[in-house]
Structures are given as structure tokens and as C-alpha cells.
Design a binder for this molecule. Sequence first.
Ligand code: M6R
Length: 616
Amino acid sequence: MCGIIAYLGLQDAVPILIDGLRRLEYRGYDSAGIAVQVDGITQCVRAIGPLSALQKKLSTIELAGNTGIGHTRWATHGSVTEANTHPQQSNDKKISIVHNGVIENFQSIREFLSVQGFQFQSETDTETLANLISYHYSKELESPTQDRFLESVRKALLHVRGTYGIAVLCSDRPNEIIGARNSSPLVLGMGKDEFFISSDVCSFAQHTRDVVYLHDNELVHITGDHFKLITLDREAVEAVRHEVDWDTASAELNGYPHFMLKEIFEQPQAIENALRGRISGDLSSAHFGGLQMTDEELHKINRIILCACGTAWCACLVAEYIIEKFARIPVEVEYASEFRYRNAPLDQQTLIIVISQSGETIDTLAAMREAQQRGLRVLAITNVVGSTIAREADGGIYQHSGPEIGVASTKAFTSQICISILLALHLGRLRDLSFDDGIEIVEALKKLPEQVESILLQSERIRSIAMRYKDCSDMLFLGRQSMFPIALEGALKLKEISYVHAEGYPAAEIKHGPMALITPQCPIFFLACDDHVLEKIQSNMHEVQARGARVIVVAQENSAIHANAANDIIFVPQGHSAVNPILATIPLQLFAYHMGVLRGHNVDRPRHLAKSVTVE
Ligand code: M6R
């Protein structure tokens, strides 16, 4: 949930660390800090609030050094105070550490260290780890000097239960940094005469694209101009280098006021990227490079379980409708956090598919590992290349959406649906989806970027609609069939960005309870983009209007729903039933965005949330 960055090289570390933290702020933004090696002392500066508070503090301090670590925090242990901000230091200030993750057994370690005379200034699990390393450092006098620091970190980690991505400094070793990971992402970057360690490549991609992804239970020890990788058991690890091909410019705002808006507007491109090279018009089918399954193996699948969290879970629900309809394979959708613990009956013909934008969500990762442990094959749909889920899956499909920085997932969601449609097409054509039905889907997908573009042109109009509802405190989103998950996603987006309480329901369910909420202060969004149940949804609209509800409708152009049938209506292009969920999503994203901005919120950094949830 937090972001870490470390730098060792010839340049001044402070601006590099601050710029890295700025790019990592999406991972946590309640406080930030850096520690830099200066003349055998590790100087630490921390501030609560956004990164600008730390920058303000730094502007009054002389701090120059070539080795340092930085952290942007999303609080897990302890409230948001300066004492709880990272870097955390050992009692003697020799060891400084930044940490992303949770040390589960920190209480017992703390008790042990208290008996040894250590004292604690913060409520964090991380300070415990700093002192545990310090404890081993003081015991490691027998180790050769060059190994003493590494051995003390390694030995400390052997006692730790939980998750961590860490970077550690030792004031006795001014040209060294140690990084280590267990279930929290960590990547090493290698530039010319410089090294980086971070939770995310985006924090240093403007300096180097040459990276090594650490695996669980691995440590990296940077000493001056070289590095080595070892396991917690002290086995040497061969570094596998990757070239990152992300366009760093896409991690900039490029004139947009917020990343969320920029990413909403990037959807035509993101959809094209998801489709590129994967459609076969001749065969009226789709194909993928990384599934690692033969057509014969795919043909044998008789059940699919889709697992994810949050918005990616909503994408799974859309995929359920699409795969069942076009490929005729039974699909179940699970919250990854529930699947992991519930011991579902599984057999070898069941395919597990996990969906995760970041590829680092801990519950999704754990669900994947649980399925693999039980001998099942797992495919992953992920956006972040080289992420843990992408690397550990048995096969997968990359989204190629480009970096998604806004905490609210937008372009990743529509891209995940696109890929689900391609997958349904592929699986369907291996079964009994006809050539003609396949071609209709292919044609609909090809038109999609342009259709999305046309909806984006309505952004200002959607803003003026949002103006009329900006003061409401509750809202309902209703849809039927594949519009039901879009209702859930619309409600989720509104909640997280505007803090308006919102719920999504299958439209017919409203009569079974939620109707009691209806007042003019609780507007209702209807998603009426499914012809097949259009009359039914119109009846539901009349039912709530008869009870005084204000109604906003998303309908298809040329729909039987007239412009005056609702308080506000947003038309989207007529699409194929497979792509309608994507078309219906765009107005909801824009509505949530404008509501959030009109209500004065920081839409890229909604309160209490972080982009990537790497703690349970
Ligand atoms: O990176 P992931 O797709 O695994 O993330 C899953 C959820 O944490 C994420 O979709 C979250 O719900 C978003 N903030 C929603 O906009």
C-alpha cells in the first residue's frame, strides 16, 4: 500500500527520491519521508500530509548525499503522525528503513526487543524491524565487515512473518543499500553508475529501463558500483534482466487536471491496445500469445472461476455474462479474498482466471497461489508487465493499457472487459459459436474505440448533469443482465471519488427492499442499454418515478426510451450486446469524476484509499 524508492549513484539523491515519491504517491499519500547518507550519518526528514509538506520542510534544510531511501505512506500500523512516518530508524540511528507491507508477528518481536533494552518511538511494525536488524548488526561482529550489514538484514528477516518490500541503509556503510521482498513488489533498476530500488518501475523509468524484478524471499545488496542477489537462505540468485518498455510520458498529466480524467480519455487508445494483433477476421475469432494452453486443452474446460477485487471483480461479473453467452461455459465469479479461504470444490477441468490491473493485489495473488497449490491452471489478465501475478500465472493476457495512476480504475476496467470479449470469442469459436456470430463481435470490437471517443465528447454535458446532483448524499444504480455489473461499477466509482453513498442493484431487486430509500434526494441511475430487457427496465423506471425519484438514464441512440422519459438522459451509440457494457460505463466514469471535482475532492487520491492493495 505504500511506495518505496532508494537511490545510490553519482547524482544528488534528494531530487531523485522526491521525484520518485511523486510518481509513487498513488500508492499512499498520508505522509512521506526520506533518509540520506551524509558524512557517515543518516539524516532523516519526514512530514505528514501530501508530498508537498515534505518538500516544504526540505526547502529549509541543507541535505546533500548520493545514497538515500524514500517512502510515501498509506497507514496500516499506527495513525498518521510524524513518528509513524517512514523512514523508521533503529534506536542508535544506524539502521534506517522504508517498508511496504505488514509484519504480522511484530508484537512478539517487539516484546523480545524490549527485553533486550530497545525502546520504541512509533506504533509501527517497521520500527520493530529496524531495531531487529540493529540487534543482529550488533551481534554480527564475527562476520567479515563487508557481509555484516547483509547478514544482519537477512537474519532479521528470517524471524519475520508477513509481507514486506524494504530498502535499508546503514550509516556505517555509506555506499550500500539492501532491498528485500516477500509478497510486496520490489524492482531493482540499473542505470549508468547508479541503482534504484522501488515498489514500481514508474518511479525511476525516466532514468533507466534496465530492471530486475525480485522474487519472494530474495535480497539485493548494492555496494558501490555493483550488486548481488541472494535468497534468505543465502543461496546466490542469478539476476534476470528485463527491458521495460513503458512510455514514461504516459505517467505525466499532459495538460489534464487529473490522472483520472486523462485515463478516462485514454480509453479509445487503451481499447485499441487491448485488441491489437488479437483479432482474426478470417477466422472470425481471437488469438493470444501467452495463454500457454492448446486449443485442445481449452476445449476440455468445463467451468471457469473468475477471481478479483474491486473494479476488477466488476469486470469479472461482466465477463461471466459474456463468456456464458458466447462460449457457453459455466462461469462463477469470486471475490479473491473469499475464494482463498473457502475451500471451493475444484476439479482439473476448471480454469481459474484472475484479473488485476496492478498484478500486485495481495488477495488476488493469494487466490491464484491457492488454486495453483491445488493443481489448477491459472490464467491472469493484468496490466502491469512483470508484476507478481503476471510472473507467477501459468499463462496470461496483458492489457497494454499503459500506466494507470488515478486510484479509481477506469481505462483498466474497460480494457479488462475487451479482453474478456476476445476470450469469449476464442473459447466460443472453439465450441459452437457460428462464424457469422463471431464476425458480428469482431466488427463491434473494431468500432469500439471510435464509439467511446464519441461518448467522451459529452464530458461537459455530463458535468452539467452532475451539477444538478452534486449535493445529494445517496444514489442508486440499476441495470439488468450485463448492465447489472456496470451498475455496481458505477456505484463503486461514485463512492470512491465523490464520497456519495451509492449502491448498485439488479433493477428488479429494487422492489425487494431498496425502494424504501427513494426520495427526491436519492436519485437513480438507470442503465438501459440492453434491448433484450428494455421494456422491463422501463417498467422499473416508471415504478420509481411514481414514488418521486429523480431519474438519470444511460440509453442507446435510437432507443425506445425518449429524451423526456427521465430527468436527465445520456445517449451512447448503438452497440453489439457484447460491447454495450463498455459503452454504458463511460458516462458513469465521467459522472463520478465530475461529481468528485464539483464536491471539491482530490479525485486522484481519494481519502483512505490506495491504488494497489498489497495488504490483506
Ligand atoms: O490492481 P487490481 O486491479 O487488482 O486492483 C483491484 C482493486 O483494488 C481496484 O480495482 C479498486 O477497487 C479501485 N480503486 C477501484 O476503482
